[in-house]
Design a protein around this ligand. Structure first.
Ligand code: MN
Length: 736
């Protein structure tokens, strides 16, 4: 072990502390504030004096860094800095909440209590499930500083994730992508959200990340030149008008480029809008709006705008506080360029979020932020939901862009983009949603499912006879509407199900079967219903006819499935076993768990991993261990919701085992192409094919081949060879 220079370490800690003080604006002017921060530092220093981080450095560097992020990057004040310094003390050291309260005060104790409750959940050795996420979100209603400090904590952990074990890295990165980045987005912490996303991607897919990063770097000069040329006439005109401003060319984040590539299935080169031009104006409060439009007018004097893409968040800010004027204009080179126009104040809010906002507007009227927090509280009120569904809905609502619509009285409501008239009805009031018959949008009659657009004026038509229907779930996207409808439907369903239960009991009486001898589970399984409630409900609705319990027989007063059903099930398993043998039974190609044992597993169908892929095991409830690729589209959700069911897995080097993999080939249809492809696969490379299918449409052809390979090298080799076939334009691996 290397010798630690304690004197040197002490110097470095003090330097970090002085760095923190410099970033705490308030401390500079106020000696009392400075004293409080110093006290928190001393207490934290002493509490953590024997702790070191995974990287080996003294633990105190972590709270110092978190506090500095709070001050510098979120713009939080002294109380938050104090709490950030102490955030791990109650959890990890002998200090208690009441110690904190005695030393620092009630507010500080409350915030640290909130942080400790979360950190109990976020302890990396313990599971982090959806239910626990909800607990994190619940702290939002206590004091939002809890969640802001938590985000700073998470950001620092992501920045220093390299010293963690690989499986923990993946879990943390998944959680970050799944929850913390959307949360940062909703709180308007744009810079932190982008960094969290980039760091997660870097951790989960280092090669992809590096590729995009280096391509961006390579384009940097060209980009800068373009921005200089594009902005020079604007610069001149603004200077002549005496407007003070700054022009920045901002490349998109690596994560957002990657996201676009995946969503649109295009290569890097085709993600055309790799940057936006931002004009930041120095303006007094009362001139802000007028100046933004003046600058807009200058920009469009030189370049013609795409009217469809004008966004005015200056007049109507987003719910997360974002204010800016966006326009997309045509450059002389024929390229669309997004121009963002905003004042210095708006830019601060856009980058750092609402906390920065508070510095400008203190007290007074109800802010957008309060409105947002209230919405969150409402979402959390409903505890009946399944936790994972809840989170998925919630996340959807966190990320959704907003539209603004109006009531007949002219009141404005903001809803996520894609909301329907029915969503609007539930946003106004549950009872209006429940009795909603239809709507009038801009005086025209529309159905419940009608998708609203910004600026629509919506009047809801109700009827006392109306009741919520099953298919309403397909018309709504807001969490509020979904959970209310689910509740209403469940209430109604329960009433009907009660009748079903009575019918069922009568039927059993008639068959002379004692109620305790009935396996309701068998019945559920047989009729393929998910719950007892569903079973009773279907009985009541007449969808299950009990007068002929076809698949069951009564023997010795016991109701049981007939023998034939059991047989049908076994005959189904047999062909699957033979298929596995054909593939040289790959069940011994992986080592699993911390002790790297040979356990039984199956390869998941959603991503079909093969050796060479980075994989993990997921312990399912009924189906043993399933192996997924770490970049499987389900992985983020699994790892963050069921971290405790994730186990390590590593491939054994064995060339004798073959795995089923799929590839997709695109090309130009000509007579010989299919033949050439199959020739290469089966003759030249001697690879076994399991299936092959080709589709051709108007001269373009698409082929799907399933074949047996040893590992990713083998597969990539094959893909490279196929790319060289005449007429082939694209070859890619497919997971399903
Ligand atoms: Mn921490």
């Amino acid at each position: 072990m290397a010798e630690i220079d304690l004197e040197q370490e002490k110097k470095e800690i003090l330097a970090a502390y002085r760095g923190l003080l410099r970033s705490a604006v308030h401390a500079k002017k106020d000696p009392e504030t400075k004293r409080r921060i110093r006290k928190a530092f001393d207490v934290a220093m002493d509490a953590h004096k024997n702790d070191r981080r995974k990287s080996g450095e003294p633990y105190i560097f972590h709270p110092l860094a978190v506090a500095r992020i709070c001050a510098e990057e979120i713009g939080l004040g002294a109380t938050s800095i104090v709490c950030a310094l102490l955030h791990d003390t109650v959890e990890d050291t002998d200090l208690s909440i009441s110690d904190i309260e005695k030393m620092f005060g009630k507010k500080e104790a409350q915030i640290i209590d909130g942080l400790t409750k979360i950190s109990g959940v976020v302890d990396y050795s313990v599971s982090l499930q959806a239910e626990n996420f909800r607990k994190i979100l619940l702290t939002l209603s206590d004091d939002v500083r809890v969640i802001l400090i938590k985000l700073a904590d998470r950001l620092h952990n992501m920045r220093t994730i390299d010293s963690m074990r690989r499986d923990k890295q993946l879990k943390i990165a998944s959680e970050t992508l799944y929850l913390y980045a959307p949360l940062a987005h909703r709180l308007g912490l744009h810079a932190i959200k982008s960094e969290l996303e980039d760091l997660s991607l870097k951790c989960k897919e280092p090669e992809t990340f590096e590729e995009i990063r280096s391509k961006l770097k390579k384009n940097e000069e060209v980009r800068k030149r373009f921005i200089r040329k594009f902005s020079s006439p604007i610069k001149k005109a603004l200077e002549e008008k005496g407007i003070k401003f700054e022009i920045k060319g901002r490349p998109k984040s690596i994560f957002s480029i990657w996201n676009k590539m995946i969503k649109k299935e295009v290569p890097f080169e085709e993600v055309y809008d790799l940057f936006a031009i931002r004009i930041i104006i120095e303006a007094d409060d009362q001139d802000e709006k007028a100046l933004c439009w003046q600058v807009y007018s200058v920009v469009t004097d030189f370049y013609s705008p795409n009217i469809d893409r004008l966004r005015d968040w200056v007049s109507v800010p987003k719910a997360n506080g974002y204010e800016s004027l966006h326009t997309t204009v045509m450059s002389p080179t024929g390229k669309w360029v997004e121009v963002q126009i905003r004042t210095r104040r708006m830019d601060e809010i856009a980058e750092k979020g609402f906390a920065a906002h508070w510095k400008y507007k203190e007290g007074g009227e109800k802010s957008q932020f309060d409105i947002w927090i209230n919405q969150i509280r409402e979402l959390l009120e409903n505890h009946e939901d399944n936790a994972v569904d809840f989170l998925d809905d919630f996340k959807l609502n966190l990320y959704a862009e907003e539209i603004f619509v109006f009531t007949p009285e002219g009141d404005m409501k903001s809803l996520p983009n894609g909301s329907s008239a029915l969503d609007f009805a539930f946003a106004v009031h549950t009872q209006i949603g429940e009795k909603c018959l239809g709507a009038k949008v801009n005086s025209k009659l529309v159905p419940l499912s009608y998708k609203l657009k910004s600026g629509d004026q919506v009047e809801i038509l109700t009827s006392q006879k109306q009741r919520p229907k099953e298919d309403w779930m397909n018309y709504v996207i807001t969490h509020r509407a979904k959970s209310k409808i689910k509740n209403l439907l469940n209430n109604e369903k329960r009433e009907i199900a009660n009748e079903g239960k009575t019918i069922l009991e009568k039927e059993f009486k008639r068959l002379k079967i004692a109620y305790e001898n009935i396996s309701l589970r068998e019945l559920q399984k047989y009729y393929k219903v998910r719950s007892l409630l569903d079973l009773y409900f279907k009985v009541a609705k007449g969808e299950i006819n009990l007068s002929h319990l076809k698949g069951f027989e009564v023997r010795k007063g016991i109701l049981r499935p007939k023998q034939t059903i059991r047989k049908r099930v076994t005959s189904y398993i047999v062909p699957r076993k033979t298929a596995a043998k054909e593939a040289n039974d790959p069940n011994h190609a992986l080592l699993i768990g911390d002790n790297m044992e040979k356990l039984d597993y199956t390869l998941s169908k959603c991503c079909n991993p093969i050796p060479g892929d980075e994989v993990f095991g997921f312990v399912t409830i009924n189906d043993g261990i399933k192996i997924h690729k770490t970049n499987c589209s389900n992985a983020t959700q699994l790892m963050s919701n069921y971290a405790y069911r994730i186990i390590k897995a590593r491939w054994i080097d064995d060339q004798n085992i073959a795995f089923l993999a799929g590839i997709k080939i695109h090309g130009i249809d000509d007579m010989g192409i299919v033949n050439n492809i199959t020739q290469i696969i089966s003759n030249e490379l001697n690879v076994n094919m399991r299936s092959i299918s080709f589709e051709s449409d108007d001269g373009i052809f698409e082929g799907k081949v399933k074949l047996y390979v040893h590992d990713t090298d083998h597969l990539n080799d094959l893909i490279d060879k196929l790319k060289n076939v005449d007429g082939v334009t694209k070859v890619e691996r497919v997971d399903e």
